[in-house]
Design a protein around this ligand. Structure first.
Ligand code: DX5
Ligand code: ZN
Length: 233
């Protein structure tokens, strides 16, 4: 046995998911085309109901409009109570991934099953205070785990540093129990926090203000974010 050889680094392909929440909704088509031109891997769509989170955003109608403009996978993040009620509507609107919060339903297992039956891929999201242990129960049903690095509801918040420890622990659970499941991080991702989040095990980085905000433009911002992570790798 040759154990002097260094074990190969796990291959993790960085995926960038611009969050539409920070886009200009009056120019949604242009914003989506710019994200696509800039090499975005997914389009992250934040759905808020003013109940699970203290904000309202958009529904299946907008998802359906996005579907007509882009061929990128639509990663729909449901920040809504009793998400079971709307899984069918979002799947029909063209969602590729439907992510449900563990805190949003007493029937998480059933809800993830319903997403899979709808034909979409199922994601499970955890707020910053939710124990990771729930993942042990539902990982077999999930294609994506979303670790929130802010308390959901608003764009432009500061990355919670503790999230790095949670990402490392979630990565270990995924590698042991469900290799291939994506690990996504959402909230406060920018050129400073992105390299840390990636190194901690995230493969999908959601970013709203860092991509659609600021002066540089979407294509430039995407490239800068990717460079920041790769320079660190
Ligand atoms: C927060 C949303 C995020 C938000 C991220 O509740 O789930 O997707 O758009 O925004 P930034 O990247 O600005 O923190
Ligand atoms: Zn989100």
């Amino acid at each position: 046995v040759n154990n002097t050889q260094a074990s190969p680094r796990p291959t993790r392909h960085l995926k960038l998911a611009p969050s539409l929440l920070a886009a200009d909704f009056a120019r949604l088509g242009d914003e989506l085309r710019a994200a696509e031109a800039g090499g975005a891997d997914l389009i992250h769509v934040d759905v808020m109901d003013g109940h699970f989170v203290p904000n309202l955003s958009l529904g299946p109608l907008i998802v359906e409009a996005c579907r007509r403009v882009t061929s990128l996978p639509l990663d729909v993040h449901l920040m809504i109570s009793s998400p079971e009620r709307y899984i069918g509507a979002f799947a029909e609107a063209g969602a590729d991934i439907i992510t449900i919060h563990a805190e949003a339903t007493p029937h998480l297992h059933r809800a993830l099953g319903l997403v899979r039956e709808s034909g979409a891929q199922a994601g499970v999201a955890l707020n910053p205070a939710t124990p990771l242990a729930v993942l042990n129960e539902v990982l077999p049903l999930a294609e994506l785990v979303l670790i929130m690095s802010v308390n959901p509801g608003f764009g432009g918040q500061t990355f919670i540093a503790e999230s790095l420890r949670r990402l490392r622990a979630a990565r270990a659970l995924i590698d042991a129990q469900r290799p291939g499941c994506l690990l996504e991080v959402d909230g406060g991702i920018n050129h400073e926090t992105a390299p840390h989040a990636y190194r901690a095990g995230a493969d999908v980085l959601v970013a709203g203000s860092a991509i659609f905000g600021g002066e540089g433009g979407v294509v430039h911002n995407l490239a800068a974010l990717r460079r920041a992570v790769q320079a660190d790798d």
